[in-house]
Structure formats: structure tokens, C-alpha cells
Design a protein around this ligand. Structure first.
Ligand SMILES: *Cc1c(COP(=O)(O)O)cnc(C)c1O
Length: 376
């Protein structure tokens, strides 16, 4: 059997190797150091924000971002039900309760109309809403125009979970630059990686300062170790920041590779009734991190699980979309406002191999295998 083709394998090579060795040879192997400072400044420039704090993961960035916005036990934090568990876990770490909101059909992103309804409902129950955490699903930015309006109207801060959307835009303005603060992830399967890492981005200097402080054990600025708050050890290492800088220099090429893969899939499925590319109808602003399809099996006569199993026999990895949070056993008692859209997407969506490191041969194998399945 041929080598496994992953859904989104890390895309690292010579350039990254050189960068990591450079950082090691410099002697800055401890967390923090000049590579971290340079990485923060390069990412903040790319996104167009004045502050960036490099952290050990996207999850830690979410956690500290919420704390810096003042989210506290007893608050409710309104977020998308269609997301990776990390979004919801970070809310739980603060002692707040998540409230899950359903999606738009075309993108899977939080529905602004349901968001408004959720806030009105929570207000009528006398709940204190600590933050809104919209999630840019699979690299498509949420409708920040609408969400910002709603947040301003109700005076609620926004922490954007842009873990999946680095490189994407909404109305030409980069993902990561919206809201009071945003987080991005550099986990191994994301559009670019530091093997593990994340970053908090904000134009608000006091949020950035608070996050930096909490991420380094909340140490007071004195010569001995003095502490008045609970702190965390959440900073990114200097070695990994060097890896991130090499990846950042290739980000546009990696996005271009994923975008061209998407257009191959679009061509492949264009004549197949009942199959839609899950792209919100426009991928010029999308970083095309993952390409998924949504299948109406009444029209196709086959389901996503049949395609998944068929491709698995060729050692090709595909996966369903995120299982909605309100359907997770962990959140059986957690309040939500849903209308079935995210469940439909979970049941009928499938993510195809989308990595920028895929070779031409691997792409041809995937396309040919899907074609074979369609011809069966
Ligand atoms: C990956 C991801 C995270 C978490 O990032 P890590 O770096 O893996 O901690 C958070 N939210 C979403 C939507 C993600 O996809």
C-alpha cells in the first residue's frame, strides 16, 4: 500500500531546518529570546495590529484572551457550536459557561441572527455575558461586519477564534485583526505551524500587556520572585519561533497551494449533482485551509461515510466536519440556540486531503481515487 495521504500534514523542509538550527546555535534555547520578538513583530505586521503575544498554543491564547477581557466565573460566553473543542475548553478554564449558537448553512460560521437572539435571551435571563467568541471555520472569516455591530450594540467584548483563518480576510481586512483581540494557532495541522504554538493579536496595548504578564507566571516587575495573581507558563519557545518565522515567509505560497487544490476539487465535483464545495460561494478571502464537501445523498445515491471508507482503503485520510459542541457528551447540560444547521453539516460534510505539502503524485492519487468512487 502507498504511503498514507493525510488530511493536512505539516509542510516543513529545508528552510525550517535551517531556522531551528540557527536558533539552537544562538544559545537562545529557553523560552523567549530574539526569535520570539521577531516572530511577534512579523505576524503583527502581516495582520496589521499593533500587538502580538506568542504563546504555547491557540488554546492558551484563548484562555488568556478571555481572562484579559475580564471573563470570570458565573459569566456566560457566547460562541459557535460548530468548532473544535479547544474554543469551549478555554471558556471552561475561566469558570464561565459557554452558550452555543448555530451556524449559517453556506459557511458553518456563527449565524449573526441567532447570535442576536441568543444575547437577547441571555439578557432577559439576567445573565452577565463576558464575551462573544466567533470562530472562523476552516479558514473562512465570520461575518465580522454584522457581529461587530451586534457586540457594540450590547457592549460586549469580542475575542475572535481565528485559529484556522490566518491569511484570510473579511472585506479585505485580515482575520486576526477584528474584535477586541484575536487568536491564531500554529498547531501541526494548521495553515502554518511552529509544531505547537499560538498567538494573541490585538490593537489594545493593555490586553497584550495583561496576556504577556499572565503567560509568564504573573511575575511582578521586581528582582526577586513576587506574585499577586495566578499565572501560567504559556510562552512560546525561541526555537519554535524560529520555525514559525520560516513558515511565515512561505505562508502565501502555502495558501496558493491549498487554493489550487481546492480548484481541482471544484472541477472534479462540478458535474456531480448533490455535491457542493463547502466554501461559502467565494474563496478569494478564504485561506482555503481545508476543503470540504457537503453531500446531499438523496441526489448522489452515496453518503460521505461511504466515500470516507472507500478512500481509507487507499490510505487516504478524510474526516467529517467538527461535531457540534451542543452534541458533545461534555456539554449535554450546556445551553444553546440551535436550528439543525450544524448537525446537518456534521452529518453530510467531509473534509478532503488539503495539505500544502501534498506532492503532485499524491494529488493525482486522491483525484483518481475519488473519480473511481464516483464511477462505481
Ligand atoms: C486548532 C484550533 C484551536 C486550538 O489551537 P491549538 O494551537 O491546537 O491549541 C482553537 N480553535 C479552533 C477553531 C481550532 O481549530
Amino acid at each position: 500500500m502507498t504511503e498514507k495521504i493525510y488530511m493536512s500534514a505539516p509542510d516543513v523542509g529545508q528552510l525550517e531546518e535551517v531556522a531551528v538550527i540557527r536558533a539552537m546555535k544562538s544559545g537562545w534555547v529557553a523560552p523567549l529570546g530574539p526569535e520570539v520578538d521577531a516572530f511577534e513583530s512579523e505576524v503583527s505586521q502581516r495582520v496589521g495590529v499593533s500587538n502580538a503575544v506568542a504563546l504555547s498554543s491557540g488554546t492558551s491564547a484563548l484562555h488568556l484572551g478571555l481572562l484579559a477581557l475580564g471573563v470570570k466565573p458565573g459569566d456566560v460566553v457566547v460562541t459557535s457550536t460548530m468548532t473544535f473543542i479547544a474554543t469551549a475548553n478555554a471558556i471552561l478554564y475561566t469558570g464561565a459557561e459557554p452558550f452555543f449558537v448555530d451556524s449559517e448553512l453556506s459557511t458553518g460560521n456563527i449565524s449573526p441572527a441567532l447570535l442576536r437572539e441568543s444575547i437577547e435571551l441571555l439578557k432577559s435571563q439576567g445573565r452577565s455575558i463576558g464575551a462573544i467568541v466567533p470562530v472562523d471555520l476552516l479558514g473562512k472569516a465570520v461575518n465580522y461586519t454584522e457581529i461587530t455591530k451586534i457586540a457594540q450594540e450590547f457592549n460586549i467584548p469580542i475575542l475572535c477564534d481565528a485559529a484556522e483563518s490566518f491569511g484570510a480576510t473579511h472585506n479585505g481586512k485580515p482575520a486576526g485583526s477584528w474584535g477586541d483581540a484575536s487568536i491564531i494557532s500554529f498547531n501541526g495541522n494548521k495553515i502554518m505551524t511552529t509544531s505547537g504554538g499560538g498567538m494573541l493579536l490585538t490593537n489594545n496595548g493593555s490586553i497584550a500587556q495583561k496576556v504577556r504578564y499572565l503567560a509568564t507566571q504573573a511575575r511582578q516587575p521586581v528582582i526577586h520572585y513576587e506574585h499577586t495573581d495566578v499565572g501560567y507558563n504559556y510562552r512560546l519557545s525561541n526555537v519554535l519561533a524560529a520555525l514559525g518565522r520560516a513558515q511565515l515567509s512561505r505562508l502565501d505560497d502555502m495558501i496558493a497551494a491549498r487554493r489550487s487544490l481546492r480548484s481541482r476539487y471544484r472541477d472534479l465535483f462540478s458535474a456531480i449533482e448533490g455535491v457542493e464545495i463547502f466554501d461559502g460561494g467565494d474563496d478569494t478571502e478564504d485561506n482555503c485551509w481545508l476543503t470540504s464537501i457537503v453531500v446531499d445523498s438523496d441526489h448522489t445515491g452515496w453518503s460521505t461515510s461511504e466515500l470516507l471508507e472507500y478512500l481509507a482503503t487507499f490510505n487516504i485520510e478524510t474526516r467529517p466536519l467538527w461535531k457540534p459542541m451542543h452534541r458533545q457528551p461534555l456539554f449535554i447540560e450546556t445551553p444553546s440556540l440551535t436550528n439543525g444547521t450544524s448537525e446537518y453539516l456534521f452529518e453530510n460534510g467531509l473534509t478532503l486531503p488539503s495539505g500544502s505539502a501534498m506532492t503532485i503524485e499524491q494529488i493525482e492519487i486522491v483525484i483518481a481515487s475519488i473519480q473511481q468512487f464516483l464511477n462505481k
